[in-house]
Design a protein around this ligand. Sequence first.
Ligand code: HEC
Length: 229
Amino acid sequence: MIKNFLIVTGLLCIVAIAVLGFQGERRSAPPIEFFSDMKRQSKIKYQRPSDFFADGRGARPPVDGTIPMGYDIPGHPFQNSETPNDIRSPLGEFTAGTDYYNTGKMRARWGTGIPMPATTELIERGQKVYTIYCSACHGATGQGNGITSKYGLLGIANYHQDKYRQMADGQIFNTITNGYNSMMPYGDKVTVKDRWAVVAYIRALQKSQYAKLSDVPEDQRKALEASNP
Ligand code: HEC
């Protein structure tokens, strides 16, 4: 018994010295590498040549037809095109300032109000962007019954619940920018201005489900009553 114990202890001592005893010693031989730990990669260093490409240049020009997002290329003002039906935003802005317009926050709280005139044009723009980016989940009328719900996506917000009717505009804006739980962010796809357009459109959707006759301008009420007795 004691003999076995001594043998095991002796072996452990040898292993401990072999592993720890030579720490800090200088060696010229390269260390034994079990995994390369990505120390060596076939990568291109900046401003260096590369024999991978036919022209021998490591730095590559952008692929033809790609559009940088968030800033204009000097001399290529196409992102500022004012073409009315152009789905790219007229401004191409994805800036991330710290003010209400860019964050939806007023100091530490969610602010409310659309920080631009809520014109018919803005709401129509919102409808277009909403239809592209949101309706697949939230549904065309915002009830959370878009096509993805038929394929098993659970818990999609229904904008007609009180919770969302009372939610501050800034918080909805922030949900678009940064996402919320299982909803992914859209801040890299939808420009700041378009996000506000979508918020305005969501408000229009909400209004549409709870509108009272008194919300309709007086001169148009008669026509409405006649069409819907
Ligand atoms: C892929 C599906 C999907 C898409 C696309 C999507 N959402 Fe959502 N959204 C969700 C889900 C799921 C939730 C519920 C998340 C939760 O409560 O955990 C949600 C929640 C929300 C909420 C409520 C967040 C909160 O604070 O409770 C808002 C507002 C919202 N979405 C707006 C939008 C807008 C605007 C767009 C388009 C720019 C959009 N969503 C696109 C799935 C989606």
